[in-house]
Design a protein around this ligand. Structure first.
Ligand code: PEP
Ligand code: MN
Length: 336
C-alpha cells in the first residue's frame, strides 16, 4: 500500500502516519519527491485503508496489486540517481564502467586501468570470485584479486565494482569495493539479496540468464525491502534459441523497466553478445534505447585473457567507442 501525503505536509504529520502503520505491524519506506512524500507501507498484516485515509495530511492511499512496490514508479515517480565517484547513473546521466572480466595480475589490471583512465573512465570492473561453468576453469584470485583492484583503482582515482557470490564475503567486499555486483547466476540467491539490502553501498543487479523482467524486479525488491535504495539494474542478455551470439541482448527490457521502475538500468554488451565486434553496435543501441549506462569488458591483451577474451575490447577500441558514445549521448539529450 502506498500513502501519498498532501504536498508540503509537515514532518510531524508524516511521522504520525509512520508511527500509526508501524504500530499496526507494517514497515514504512519513505520516498520524498519534488512535491509529495510517499510512504510505502509494506507487510503482510491486514489494515483498513480508510483508517489511514482519515489521518491528517494524507492525500491518497493506493493499494498496489503489482508484486513489486519499492522498485515501482508508483512508489517513487522520480528517477533514482546513483552517484559513485562523481559518476551518475539515472535521471538523464550516463555511467560508464569498464575493465577486465577477471583480475589476473597487478600488471594486467594496472595497464588496463591506466588506459581506461586516459579514456575518461572512472569506474573499474574486475572479477575476483568468478562463477565459472566449469570447476576446472580459472576461478579468480579471491581476496588477492580485490586487493589488486583496490590498489590500482586508488592509483588512478577510480571506483571499483566486483562480483560477490556469498553472504559470508560481504564484510570483505565492503573493505575493497564501491559497487557490489550480483551476477546473472546469483540473481535469485535470495539470502544474498536480503543481506545486500542491509548494506549502504550500491548494488548492481544483473538479470538472470533466463529471468523474466518481473523476476528481475522482484530480486531488486528483495534488496530494497532491506533498506538499501541504491540498486542499479543491468541487462546482460538472456538465453534464447539463438546461438550466433552468447546471449540475446533484450534491448526492449530498457524502456519496459524504465516505465515500471525508477531504478537506473545499464547494459552489459560484452556478456550479452560474447563477441568483441558486436560490443560497439550493441553499446550504441543500448544508449539509443535509453539505457542509463554501460559496463564493458576491456583487457590490455585480450588474446591472453584467462576469461572472456573473445568479448573483451582492446583498450584502443574502447577509447574510440567511448568517444562515439559521447557524441550519441547528446542526441538522446544525456551525457556521460
Ligand atoms: C561478469 O560480469 O563477469 C559476469 C560473470 O557476468 P554475468 O553474471 O552477467 O554472466
Ligand atoms: Mn566476463
Amino acid at each position: 500500500m502506498l500513502i501519498v501525503m498532501e504536498s508540503q505536509t509537515g514532518e510531524d504529520k508524516i511521522l504520525k502516519v509512520i508511527n500509526f502503520i508501524k504500530q499496526k505491524g507494517f514497515d514504512a519506506h519513505i520516498s520524498k519527491g519534488e512535491s509529495h512524500t510517499v510512504i510505502g507501507c509494506v507487510g503482510r498484516k491486514v489494515i483498513d485503508k480508510r483508517d489511514i485515509e482519515l489521518l491528517e495530511g494524507v492525500k491518497e492511499v493506493i493499494r498496489i496489486t503489482s508484486p513489486y512496490k519499492l522498485v515501482s514508479r508508483v512508489f517513487k515517480p522520480d528517477d533514482t540517481v546513483i552517484t559513485v565517484n562523481d559518476v551518475k547513473f539515472g535521471g538523464g546521466n550516463l555511467g560508464m564502467i569498464a575493465g577486465p572480466c577477471s583480475v589476473e595480475t597487478l600488471e594486467q589490471v594496472d595497464e588496463t586501468a591506466r588506459k581506461l583512465c586516459d579514456a575518461g573512465v572512472k569506474i573499474l570492473r574486475g572479477g575476483a570470485f568468478k562463477p565459472r561453468t566449469s570447476p576446472y576453469a580459472f576461478q579468480g584470485l579471491g581476496e588477492e584479486g580485490l586487493k589488486i583492484l583496490r590498489q590500482v583503482a586508488d592509483k588512478y582515482n577510480m571506483a571499483v565494482t566486483s562480483e560477490i557470490m556469498e553472504v559470508s564475503h560481504i564484510p570483505m567486499f565492503l573493505d575493497y569495493v564501491d559497487i557490489l555486483q550480483v551476477g546473472a547466476r546469483n540473481m535469485q540467491n535470495f539470502n544474498l539479496l536480503k543481506k545486500l539490502g542491509e548494506i549502504n553501498k550500491p548494488v548492481m543487479l544483473k538479470r538472470g540468464l533466463s529471468a523474466t523482467i518481473e523476476e528481475w524486479l522482484m530480486s531488486a525488491e528483495y534488496i530494497m525491502s532491506g533498506g538499501n535504495r541504491e540498486v542499479i539494474l543491468c541487462e546482460r542478455g538472456i538465453r534464447t534459441f539463438e546461438h550466433m551470439t552468447r546471449n540475446t541482448l533484450d534491448i526492449s527490457a530498457i524502456p519496459v523497466v524504465q516505465k515500471i521502475s525508477h531504478l537506473p538500468v545499464i547494459v552489459d554488451p560484452s556478456h550479452a553478445t560474447g563477441l568483441r565486434d558486436k560490443v560497439a553496435p550493441m553499446s550504441k543501441a543500448a544508449i539509443a534505447a535509453g539505457a542509463d549506462g554501460l559496463i564493458i569488458e576491456v583487457h590490455n591483451n585480450p588474446d591472453c585473457a584467462l576469461c572472456d577474451g573473445a568479448q573483451s575490447l582492446h583498450p584502443e577500441e574502447f577509447a574510440e567507442l567511448y568517444k562515439d558514445l559521447q557524441v550519441l549521448a547528446k542526441v538522446v539529450k544525456k551525457s556521460f
